[in-house]
Design a binder for this molecule. Structure first.
Ligand SMILES: N[C@@H](CCC(=O)N[C@@H](CS)C(=O)NCC(=O)O)C(=O)O
Length: 201
């Protein structure tokens, strides 16, 4: 999304399942082996939020994903952390549990993840009151964190109908061209989604 927002040219490298050479290259770049990783001028930049900070610093464009005002930037970074820790992480807990053998499933951990999502949806719905985007009136880093986390979280633990602000943000993000493009490009891989993807979005 951040690359598309500012039309930053890049070469996409697919982490093709079963390609040992690509897997080894990826592990050498980032032993933690979580995507995405950006390689810029020979240097590996990891963690989505840091990649976006890196792009804002080195490839600024018409859409400033980090506000120039440090006070506004603080709110953006708070929302970014919120989505990563309290929406993305519990969502991933639910998803990864589906990859475990039936006798190794973590029922308690999954129940805790669902409870955390309920709390997070409630807090988010209130925080979004009067906001167009995740951190205010401008699209930002926070929306790059909100989009994928709300997209998948709603699949595994639907955002309740009464959380109208949270649901509206998810809908607005799906209509944002950079995210719509990323969602479309991910369509061929939907069948890999461990719990099974619903027939929507
Ligand atoms: N904190 C990291 C999280 C990265 C992450 O969890 N990536 C997932 C996909 S969204 C991944 O690589 N999953 C593959 C795996 O766990 O093997 C970031 O924001 O970049």
């Amino acid at each position: 999304m951040s690359l598309y927002e500012n039309s930053i040219a890049f070469e996409y490298r697919e982490l093709a399942v079963g390609d040992e050479r690509v897997a080894a290259e990826f592990a050498a770049l980032w032993p933690i082996q979580r995507m995405p990783v950006l390689v810029d001028r020979g240097r590996a930049v990891m963690e989505s939020s840091i990649i976006i900070e890196h792009l804002a610093l080195h490839y600024p464009g018409p859409v400033p994903l980090i506000p120039a005002d440090p006070r506004a930037a603080l709110e953006v970074r708070l929302m970014d952390r919120f989505f990563d820790h309290y929406i993305m992480s519990p969502m991933q807990k639910i998803v990864f549990d589906c990859l475990r053998a039936a006798d190794q499933r973590d029922a308690r951990g999954v129940a805790e993840a669902r409870a955390l999502l309920d709390t997070a949806y409630g807090w988010l719905d209130n925080a979004l009151k009067g906001r167009e985007w995740a951190a205010g009136s401008s699209f930002s880093l926070a929306d790059c964190a909100a989009a994928p986390s709300l997209f998948y979280a709603d699949w595994v633990h639907p955002i309740p109908a009464e959380r109208t602000n949270a649901r509206a943000l998810r809908t607005r993000l799906l209509a944002r061209p950079s995210f719509a493009r990323a969602v479309n490009e991910g369509r061929p891989y939907r069948h890999y989604f461990p719990p099974g993807a619903p027939d929507r979005d």
